[in-house]
Design a protein around this ligand. Sequence first.
Ligand SMILES: Nc1ncnc2c1ncn2[C@@H]1O[C@H](COP(=O)(O)OP(=O)(O)OP(=O)(O)O)[C@@H](O)[C@H]1O
Ligand code: SF4
Ligand SMILES: [Mg+2]
Length: 336
Amino acid sequence: MNAAAREALTVSGLTVAYRSDAGWLPVVEEASFTVREGEVLGLAGESGCGKTTVAYAMLGERRPGSRVMAGTVLLESQDVLAMPERDLQLLRGARISMVPQNPATSLTPTMICGRQVMEVLEYHRIAAGTAARRRALELLEEVGLRDAPGAFARYPHQMSGGQQQRVVIAMALAARPRVVVLDEPTTGLDVTTQWRILRLLRQLRDRFGTAMLYVSHDLAALAQICDRIAVMYAGRIVEVAATRVLFAAPRHPYTRALLAAVPSLDRPPEAEPALKGSLRRDELPPGCPFAPRCAFALPACAVTPQALVAIGVGHEAACWRWRELDGGLRALAHAD
Ligand SMILES: Nc1ncnc2c1ncn2[C@@H]1O[C@H](COP(=O)(O)OP(=O)(O)OP(=O)(O)O)[C@@H](O)[C@H]1O
Ligand code: SF4
Ligand SMILES: [Mg+2]
């Protein structure tokens, strides 16, 4: 990834709420990040932190019962959130596309896979008829399906989960979008298939310079593919850094706890206090949202809002104790 590359996607102050009995409940707050051309940005965090809500917002999609309260999502300097639905339909799949978690939900069960790829090409007026057929076959080859004509003629249920996901990736890339959003694309696949899909995505990024926002709770998977990673907690981005930096020198206690739980890392598991409890959105304090679970929390944390601040080159964190959390962690941690 070229550090001087232009921004493909620029998100500023994104705030999304869901309707609840108590009114509009924000589940993503003030999220800001960029994805540069040819870059893979990871979005990490526990279940329920708001990753999928962010992912859908990138395509101007509002999940049922949700509302964008503030923010902009700039794709080639156009604000996706301000576009009418008619324009969004032309944009989706052409300039930005999505690979959702479950390939089965994005494939039509009653249509052969090749026809589904052809439909994307025809919808976006890239090719029609035999040209679309030829291009669909090429795309199925590009995503590593060995017997492309065979894959073309099969229904989704006649394929494995990994093969289905490759077809979905072929559809997502068919119009050569600038940005692809991937929401847990390898969840539910076995480890070898996961690895193959990650390798394929890396190859496609290198070949076409596609910018990718890769959403996952799996830091080990993110480490394999991402140039940078943004960590979310309770709807807020709490740390952003280059993948290497995040793994070698995480500063936010939440990032540290998440990393400590990744078994394959070069780090003894007892080096960090374990992550306490689970994310309870109904019990978030007015200050730092992580305070109820943070081993390093001081009384001031619960009442002092934390914003992302630059703490190094390309490294931001939302914890006012980041300087202290450099060594002697056990001494700083509060006894339970
Ligand atoms: N339709 C909805 N109505 C109300 N609340 C919702 C709705 N969809 C999601 N939420 C809530 O919004 C929050 C964020 O959900 P989201 O699906 O974005 O999280 P996530 O990080 O993608 O989680 P996961 O890792 O489980 O996929 C959660 O607390 C969830 O309960
Ligand atoms: S601000 Fe306080 S509670 Fe929040 S992460 Fe930092 S030390 Fe923990
Ligand atoms: Mg999700």
